[in-house]
Design a protein around this ligand. Structure first.
Ligand SMILES: Cc1ncc(COP(=O)(O)O)c(C=O)c1O
Length: 391
């Protein structure tokens, strides 16, 4: 029987469900983006972003998706002919690499197995070898949304420093910001890229770049042309809360509300909640007798869990059964993981009971789709959550 009552369970790793409070905050008339009321909103959201990115420096908010913010990062810091160091952690690192290469930038792309994050020792070794300092940037995806593997940014920063290398550190936090502890200033990141539709609990449509002084200085002498993405054009009107072109006003109402919600909960509590839900999800996967794609426990993603299908069983047919029978969307395997894994998103507006609903849907779906597994994943997840409460 197909069930279409109640709400749809959106358990992909972003876009994530938008809280009612954020929806209500956006359900307002548009205002004059050159008027005084907008200036107040603009200043509030720009300040709120600094709190979330944990930076004293500027954060630029673009009407655009994360991919746009990727492009902004490149065109504001690098030059054609430059060399950069990147790591094949998964689908999104691969896409960012392709974009970089389109600007005539040479990429050393360190191969990876899509089951591990960036190895800080390898960063140090590569940079130590580069005595002429030809690498202009190290570019890393913090949370690989395609694999559920998180790279350790503080250790990568330490590796760059240990090699005594001046490369910029450019980090994609599109699926980690607001879900995973992240500190732009403290970790010495030069550009932090993000998007609205994941940990920030907003609809898609905003891209962000947090910018260090060193990154801004690099933009004074690089050679890539830009207009829409130009930081300097943005930062002038941003100083008083305004934008050089029509901003996404209603998304900014939502952003103001989402930041307020996160600060009310407390950022550390938000991050701990994500860790707890991720641990419960992994407990369920283990009890089902299935395998988590991420192989290093230090790199488990708090945002999503990628689950490998047993040999001979397609993930897409399983996801189709779950959608049809239980009205739940699970994430697909991307590019080389297509049909081999499914991804459970547990980010943003998620709590113990929404997670338990999702895991029940997965367990019932495994049975309905004839995927070999052991029962008891839901019980294991409940035990994990209960243990967390007692602790
Ligand atoms: C880690 C990561 N980087 C980049 C992107 C691309 O962002 P967008 O789809 O918002 O353009 C995504 C999208 O899911 C992502 O997860």
């Amino acid at each position: 029987m197909t069930s279409r009552t109640g709400r749809h369970f959106l358990h992909i790793p972003g876009p994530s469900p938008v809280p009612e409070r954020v929806l209500r905050a956006m359900d307002r008339q548009v205002i004059d983006h050159r008027g005084p009321e907008f200036g107040v909103l603009g200043r509030e959201v720009l300040e709120g972003c600094r709190t979330i990115f944990r930076t004293e420096g500027p954060v630029v908010i673009y009407p655009g998706s994360g991919t746009g913010a990727w492009e902004a990062t490149i065109v504001n810091t690098l030059s054609s002919g430059d060399r950069v160091l990147m790591f094949e952690t998964g689908h999104f690192a691969t896409l960012w690499r392709q974009m970089v290469a389109r600007w005539g930038i040479e990429v050393e792309f360190v191969p990876g197995d899509w089951r591990h994050g960036v190895d800080p020792a390898l960063v140090e070794a590569k940079l130590a070898e580069d005595r002429g300092h030809s690498f202009k940037a190290v570019m890393v995806v913090h949370n690989e949304t395609s694999t559920g593997v998180t790279s350790r940014i503080p250790a990568i920063r330490k590796a760059i420093d240990a090699a005594g290398h001046p490369a910029l550190l450019l980090v994609d936090t599109i699926s980690s910001l607001g879900s995973v502890d992240y500190r732009h200033d403290e970790w010495g990141v030069d550009v932090t890229v993000s998007g609205s539709q994941k940990g920030l609990m907003l609809p898609p449509g905003l891209g962000f770049t947090a910018i260090s002084d060193k990154a801004r200085a690099a933009g004074k002498s690089n050679n890539l042309p830009r207009s829409y993405w130009d930081w300097e054009e943005m930062l002038k009107p941003n100083a008083t809360g305004y934008f050089p072109y029509t901003p996404a006003t209603n998304l900014l109402y939502g952003l103001r509300e989402a930041v307020a919600m996160m600060l009310e909960e407390g950022l550390d509590n938000v991050f701990a909640r994500h860790q707890r839900l991720a641990a419960a999800t992994r407990a369920a996967v283990e009890a089902w007798g299935l395998e988590v794609l991420c192989q290093n426990p230090d790199e488990y993603s708090p945002v999503l869990t990628a689950v490998m299908m047993p040999e001979g069983k397609g993930a897409d047919a399983f996801r189709a059964v779950v959608l049809e029978k239980f009205d739940m969307s699970l994430g697909a395997g991307l590019s080389k993981l297509s049909d081999k894994i499914f991804r459970i998103g547990h980010l943003g507006e998620t709590n113990d009971l929404t997670l338990m609903g999702a895991l029940s849907g997965v367990e019932m779906g495994l049975a309905a789709a004839g995927v070999p597994h052991q029962r008891g994943g839901v019980l294991a997840a409940m035990a994990s959550l209960r243990a967390g409460l007692d602790g």
